[in-house]
Design a protein around this ligand. Structure first.
Ligand SMILES: Nc1ncnc2c1ncn2[C@@H]1O[C@H](COP(=O)(O)OP(=O)(O)O)[C@@H](O)[C@H]1O
Ligand SMILES: [Mg+2]
Length: 355
């Protein structure tokens, strides 16, 4: 996978521009809040997934504007392709001049793996980061998964609104039955996707982790559902009594988690900080490898401000792994990024991109 050109208009603080990238290492540097992450966020959106920063679509449109337009020329499977994204209230996309059913249908056409400082905390922080890891990785492979997450989340918030409107007194409610049916139906499928993905990624992660750990430790990735998927509808029904007090939904994939076992022991609970960081790194590299196995394409690597967070050994490990990929790397201080190979350097000042 190779990005040739990105064009942006009315996207965050970036001035309208067209940028041509090189096939090797593209370093984007500049002071804080100048627009570095905005550039790579724009590239990332062509994976069809939502923003890796968790931003809502509308938040990415430049302040005061109605819509943003992005264009990407890339090469995939030796073929030059062109994609366009329009972000207004909703996101829409075109690929090679054809309108897609939804922007999520870009998934599987363009792929990228992003490493950001939060990714380093995937193992030790709360479950939301781990679910985000799964959702971004799976969403990039299957447009259907992105749509499932959307309809599932809608059903969960509708159930929550209904519970809230009952003001603490549960009454028989057909609407609640309907939403719980939807939550259970979508939730089961989401769990299946995630369990299947964990199985696929675990082998790659174990291999990479073995290389990274001097102790040759064994890593295993396990998915931990909040309840058995086939029991979800029943569990939702039973949870009504307590969920009504919190006006929230206490079971389902939005409460699931995953754990990483090193030699059979939970890295989240018992791992050293070093082990946890290595696991997080191995997971990211494994995500890229899994993407390549499934799509046949090497994803581009996006490293957002992450190098300064890693010690020299892990920096070297990561750079060594991605040396044959196209890389986008942002940093405040270019001396942090050892020039690995031929590359281009861009500077961003106040949303203006200069080569
Ligand atoms: N929707 C938006 N419209 C205009 N400016 C925005 C929007 N969203 C974020 N920004 C601006 O973008 C800048 C941050 O850009 P970012 O790429 O995160 O910076 P950094 O160079 O530190 O990575 C901030 O100045 C912020 O105010
Ligand atoms: Mg940034």
């Amino acid at each position: 996978m190779e990005v040739k050109k990105l064009s942006v208009a009315n996207f965050r603080n970036l001035l309208p521009s067209e940028v041509e990238f090189c096939s090797g290492m593209n370093v984007i540097y500049g002071d804080n809040a100048q627009g570095k992450t905005n550039i790579i966020e724009a590239i990332w959106l062509f994976t069809g997934a939502k923003s890796f920063r968790g931003a809502k679509d509308q938040e990415m449109v430049a302040f005061g504007m109605e819509s943003a337009q992005l264009g990407l020329n890339f090469v995939s499977g030796g073929v030059e392709r062109e994609a366009v994204i329009n972000i207004a209230k909703r996101r829409s996309a075109e690929l090679d001049g054809k309108k897609l059913k939804a922007a999520s249908y870009l998934a599987g056409n363009f792929c990228a793996t992003v490493f950001s400082p939060e990714d380093i905390s995937t193992v030790k922080e709360g479950p939301a980061l781990r679910r985000r890891f799964l959702d971004l990785a799976i969403g990039q492979l299957y447009p259907a998964y992105v749509e499932l997450i959307k309809s599932y989340s809608r059903a969960v918030s509708q159930r929550n609104i209904l519970l809230k409107n009952m003001e603490g007194r549960l009454s028989p409610n057909e609407m609640l039955d309907i939403f719980e049916g939807e939550i259970a139906r979508d939730g089961r499928k989401i769990t299946e996707y995630r369990i299947d993905y964990c199985k696929k990624v675990t082998e790659n992660a174990a291999g990479i982790y073995r290389d990274l750990s001097s102790l040759r430790e064994e890593l295993e990735v396990v998915y931990i559902p909040s309840c058995r998927p086939e029991e979800l509808e029943e569990r939702l029904y039973k949870a009504r009594n307590t969920d009504i007090y919190s006006c929230s939904t206490s079971v389902g994939p939005h409460r699931d988690d995953m754990d990483f076992k090193i030699n059979g022991i939970s890295a989240r609970t018992f791992g050293s900080q070093g082990q946890q960081r290595s696991v997080a790194l191995a997971m990211k590299l494994a995500e890229a490898r899994t993407l390549k196995e499934i799509t046949g394409e090497q994803p581009v690597a996006i490293l957002d401000d992450v190098m300064s967070e890693l010690d020299p050994d892990r920096q070297a490990f990561i750079l060594n792994h991605i040396k044959d990929w196209q890389v986008f790397i942002t940093c405040c201080d270019p001396t942090n990024v050892k020039p690995l190979k031929e590359g281009k350097v861009f500077t961003v000042v106040g949303g203006k991109i200069k080569e």
